[in-house]
Design a protein around this ligand. Structure first.
Ligand code: PRP
Ligand code: XAN
Ligand code: MG
Length: 176
């Protein structure tokens, strides 16, 4: 069986797309900004992170808003930058569904909404929940109740967990 290709062999960006790289520091600030905005909407009894991308912002929001019940729903939509069919790999647990059923406020958090395919599937699982993302692209933004920054549809957001520190050629095109 072949192992995964070394990182250098994989395409890292699409030339037709703009790129929006986000550092850990920036992501922490933007996630905190999201928590500030959500503070006026709660209190929330539980947060559901859409794994994997929603795990980090959900942890930051849960810390800021003192939400102790943290649940996950695992949805896979993309293989690298290619969108495939939506696959739900882990459902929301019954106790968290019951919180919503009994009138409790539940918050769903993801890192971004792009086409909105993931958001649509998770919203159907918890129709009354508040849906929040850090970033939003135009095609999906109507599906999000609260977000911080909008980027254009032809922008690819590079999250800090997908990045490394690397050499970059000077603007002049030279190599030194
Ligand atoms: O609005 P959409 O077009 O559905 O795209 C947004 C979703 O795509 C990414 O998840 P991905 O499927 O890549 O999985 P990951 O969170 O494990 O990285 C991202 O974290 C969102 O969940
Ligand atoms: O890292 C990512 N950046 C994006 O812009 C994006 N859109 C969908 N899925 C995505 N994942
Ligand atoms: Mg995701």
């Amino acid at each position: 069986m072949r192992g995964a290709a070394p990182p250098g062999d994989r395409p890292v960006s699409n030339p037709n797309q703009k790129s929006f790289p986000v550092t850990w520091d920036q992501f922490h600030r933007d996630s905190r900004a999201l928590a500030w905005r959500l503070a006026g909407i709660g209190p929330f009894e539980a947060v559901v992170a859409i794994a994997r991308g929603g795990l980090v912002p959900a942890a930051i929001v849960a810390r800021e808003l003192n939400i102790r019940t943290v649940e996950t729903v695992a949805v896979k939509s993309y293989d690298h930058q290619n969108q495939g069919g939506i696959r739900v790999l882990k459902e929301i647990s019954q106790p968290v569904l019951d919180i919503a059923k009994n009138g409790g406020k539940v918050l769903i958090v993801d890192d971004l909404v792009d086409t909105g395919a993931t958001a649509r599937v998770v919203r159907d699982m918890l129709p009354g929940a508040h849906f929040a993302t850090v970033y939003a692209k135009p095609k999906g933004r109507e599906l999000v109740d609260t977000f911080i920054t909008e980027v254009s549809q032809d922008t690819w957001i590079f999250f800090p967990w997908d990045l490394d520190v690397a050499y970059v050629a000077p603007i002049s095109g030279g190599t030194d």
